[in-house]
Every structure is written in structure tokens, then in C-alpha cells.
Design a protein around this ligand. Structure first.
Ligand SMILES: Cc1cc2nc3c(=O)[nH]c(=O)nc-3n(C[C@H](O)[C@H](O)[C@H](O)COP(=O)(O)OP(=O)(O)OC[C@H]3O[C@@H](n4cnc5c(N)ncnc54)[C@H](O)[C@@H]3O)c2cc1C
Length: 392
């Protein structure tokens, strides 16, 4: 997104992606109302909505056989009052194709940033490697948008504060099992929590477990695992047949952290590289996009004035750190007060009382809808582009 914004403003930008494609399965699929607002502001919303996607207006969870809708996005005052479920690789292909329309955008696939080039205490470029070997790219500014295992953050020796996370995620897919009217998102039963993301032909599943228990789940055998998934998800056993080897079940370690400083001379961090997000609430993509929009708003005029001094770069942290820390605090609170205790229950679960409030007072569903769908501190595009794109 930042690459798109800079290139559209006529600034030369090189984006490195270490893999040959964007087909990374492990990053979630959600595009939120506030991100669709940004796409609208950029004149891209109409085309974006033509991509195959599902629209989710209500977030419904099942606990102990009871159902509660805890968020209703249709209550939001938003142009797109729903979450669009779209595989992230489709979104990234769309955005990079749009960016390539600008001559100053250069995307180098299968090219990995391996380190930073420093001169006199300032970062002046990146070391990189592609299939032909190592090389260097010199730049006025390096932006680390390389996710929670960020090379840029490590090479720049950014200090990181880790928040404790007692959960991990098992990530696998199950079939549709001939069930077409399923809409639900979350299930909690006897020490298990399962989130199901609709990807048209199959369900992408995120199975939340306590850190360190994967080996004991494996020890009970694949059959037992499949049976428990079918039972929790209320799907026919045939739907879980795809999980025919542990190789198809990926253990994803969940991290929540943030760097103390987002910028050093010549280098800036955004998205998960500045603040790794838990999958809880499915908000990480939204915050990463809004970091990029805020960075674009700051950097386009800064490039034009030729002032990329540290004090300018630090303005991004001043603007974005508070919303990010608020949502991370909420994620930690939910995992500690709700999820962990529920994962510890070995017997039948009961719907917690506060979820019942959402059943009794449906207007309350607007609050989680706003927190998830819009987020804290949503950003708007403030760049004046010369190249107008018509709104559809
Ligand atoms: C299991 C799981 C499920 C999640 N589900 C959701 C969800 O449903 N909705 C949601 O909003 N969030 C979800 N999240 C959080 C979300 O994935 C992140 O917050 C979001 O992807 C951050 O975006 P980013 O662009 O900062 O980093 P990333 O999406 O991680 O992108 C970083 C990119 O940089 C590339 N890269 C990495 N290192 C290098 C290098 N050295 N050189 C070149 N390229 C490099 C990577 O290949 C990748 O393409 C989930 C997280 C997890 C762990």
C-alpha cells in the first residue's frame, strides 16, 4: 500500500518481496470497512469489489451449543458495512497490479532484503539477494514492512517489547462437506476454539491451542484430531478428510510485540515489523494498511520538501503508536481473561454472561463491530495526486 501511494505521487519506489508470488497462506483474509474506505478514496473500491469475495456483516460465535452474534457491522456508518473475506494474495496481486500502472513503481519478486547499508550512523540502503546473487540498493529511505520476523527490524537493532501470548494456532483447511449455508465464524467447545474462514471451495481453519500442547494433540492421533474438528465445527466427518497428514496442519506461533522506536536515521518500520499482531479479532491487516496510509501522508510531502530527517520519520510513531497499543492491549486482555480460561475448561462450556448481553441488547453489537471493522485511529488518504482516478 505504501509502495502504491509513493509511486502514485511520482516518487521512485522499489518493493522487495522474498517469495516468487504472494501466495502466502498464513496471514488471514480480511479487508475491513475502514480499508475499503481507503480504497474508495483512492478510486479503487469498485474494481476491488469485483474480485471474488464474501461479505460478512455479523460475527457469530458458538459456545457450548449456544449461539451469540457479538458484532453487527451493518450497524456501522460506513460505505461498506461488512468485512470482505478475500485471500490476501488476491488483494496483494490487485494492489501491485494497480501500482505497476505508475512508472516509478518497481516490484522485485523473489528478492530478499538481507541487511542494511549504513554510513555515518544513517541507513542509506539495503543489502539484498535474488537468484543471481547478492547486490545492494541505495535509497533515501528504507521502510521495513517485512512482517513479524522482520529482517529490517533485526538489522537495524530496533529494541522490541514482547507481550506474553499463551496461545498458538493450528492452521489447516477442511472441505465444505456438502454444507453450503454455513456462515459461522467461531466455535468454542470443551477446551477448544476454532475459527473458520470461508474461502469458497474450502474452509480455512484456525484452531487455537495453548502454547506447547501441539505435541500432545499429535500423540492422540490424526483420527482423534479430525473427529474433534468435525464435532466442534458441526461439520460432517467427510469434510475433514483433507487433513490426512500432520504436514497439512501448520503450527503458527502467535506473537504480540512492538518496537520502542519506529524510526532511526534513514529507516522506518510499519505494520507487523513495528508491531506484530495476534490473529485475535483479525485486525492486523487493517492496522498495517492504516500505518501505510499514515506513512504515505507523512512521506509524500517530506520527499517533496527533501526532508526525511529523523524528526519527520518519528511523526509516524507519534500518530500510530497509540491506536496500535490500544488494540494490542485489548487483544492481550481477551486472550488472558477470556480465551485462556475457556481453553482450560475440560468439561462443557457455558456462554459467558457478557456475551449474553449482545443477545439481549443487539445495539451493543455496534461496539465490537466498530473496534474490529473501523479500528482505533483509522487513517484517510490526504495526498493530493495529480493523476486522478475516477470513483466507481
Ligand atoms: C495465524 C494468523 C492469522 C491471522 N489472521 C488475520 C486475519 O484474518 N485478519 C487480519 O487482519 N490479520 C490477521 N493476522 C495478522 C496479520 O497477518 C498481520 O497483522 C498482517 O499480515 C501484517 O501485515 P504486514 O504487511 O505488516 O506483514 P506481512 O503480511 O507479514 O507481510 C510481510 C511481507 O514481507 C515479505 N518479507 C518478509 N521478509 C522479507 C525480506 N527479508 N525480504 C523481502 N520480503 C520479505 C513477506 O514474504 C511478506 O510478503 C493473522 C496472523 C496470524 C499469525
Amino acid at each position: 500500500m505504501l509502495g502504491y501511494l509513493l509511486a502514485r505521487a511520482g516518487i521512485d519506489v522499489i518493493v522487495l518481496e522474498k517469495w516468487p508470488d504472494f501466495f502466502r497462506d498464513f496471514r488471514g483474509d480480511t479487508i475491513h470497512p475502514s480499508t475499503m474506505e481507503v480504497l474508495y478514496e483512492l478510486g479503487l473500491l469498485g474494481e476491488f469489489l469485483l474480485l471474488p469475495h464474501n461479505e460478512m456483516t455479523r460475527m457469530t460465535i458458538h459456545i457450548g451449543g449456544e449461539e451469540a452474534t457479538i458484532a453487527d457491522l451493518s450497524l456501522l456508518r460506513a460505505r461498506c458495512p461488512y468485512i470482505a473475506f478475500i485471500p490476501q494474495w488476491d488483494f496483494l496481486n490487485f494492489l501491485s497490479a494497480k501500482a505497476k500502472e505508475f512508472p516509478s513503481f518497481h516490484l522485485l519478486m523473489e528478492t530478499e532484503a538481507t541487511g542494511l547499508i549504513e554510513e555515518n550512523g544513517k541507513v542509506v540502503g539495503v543489502k539484498a539477494k535474488d537468484k543471481d546473487g547478492d547486490f545492494e540498493i541505495h535509497a533515501d529511505l528504507v521502510v521495513g514492512a517485512d512482517g513479524r520476523h522482520s529482517t529490517v527490524r533485526e538489522a537495524g537493532a530496533f529494541a522490541v517489547e514482547n507481550l506474553s501470548v499463551p496461545i498458538d494456532v493450528l492452521w489447516f483447511r477442511i472441505g465444505r462437506g456438502g454444507v453450503d449455508d454455513k456462515r459461522s465464524l467461531g466455535y468454542m467447545e470443551k477446551g477448544h476454539a476454532l475459527v473458520m474462514l470461508d474461502r469458497h471451495d474450502y474452509w480455512q481453519c484456525a484452531f487455537l491451542i495453548k502454547k506447547g500442547v501441539f505435541e500432545s494433540i499429535k500423540a492422540q492421533g490424526l483420527d482423534a484430531f479430525r473427529k474433534s474438528i468435525a464435532s466442534i465445527s458441526k461439520m460432517p466427518p467427510a469434510a475433514t478428510a483433507e487433513v490426512d497428514s500432520w504436514d497439512k496442519v501448520k503450527l503458527l506461533s502467535v506473537t504480540i510485540d512492538h518496537v520502542r522506536e519506529w524510526a532511526k536515521p534513514g529507516v522506518l518500520l510499519i505494520g507487523d515489523s513495528a508491531h506484530a499482531m495476534s490473529p485475535l479479532g483479525g485486525v492486523g491487516i487493517n492496522y498495517a494498511i492504516h500505518d501505510a496510509v499514515a506513512a504515505g501522508n507523512l512521506l509524500v510531502p517530506a520527499f517533496k520538501k527533501d526532508d526525511l530527517s529523523l524528526s519527520v520519520l518519528q511523526q509516524l510513531q507519534a500518530r500510530r503508536e497509540k491506536p496500535v497499543k490500544r488494540i494490542q492491549k485489548l487483544q492481550v486482555m481477551i486472550q488472558d481473561r477470556l480465551l485462556s480460561p475457556l481453553l482450560d475448561v475440560k468439561g462443557d462450556l457455558k456462554m459467558p454472561w457478557f456475551f449474553r448481553l449482545f443477545i439481549k441488547f443487539p445495539f451493543l453489537r455496534r461496539i465490537p463491530a466498530h473496534i474490529v471493522g473501523i479500528g482505533f485511529g483509522p487513517e484517510h488518504v490526504q495526498i493530493q495526486f495529480d493523476n486522478r482516478v475516477s470513483h466507481t
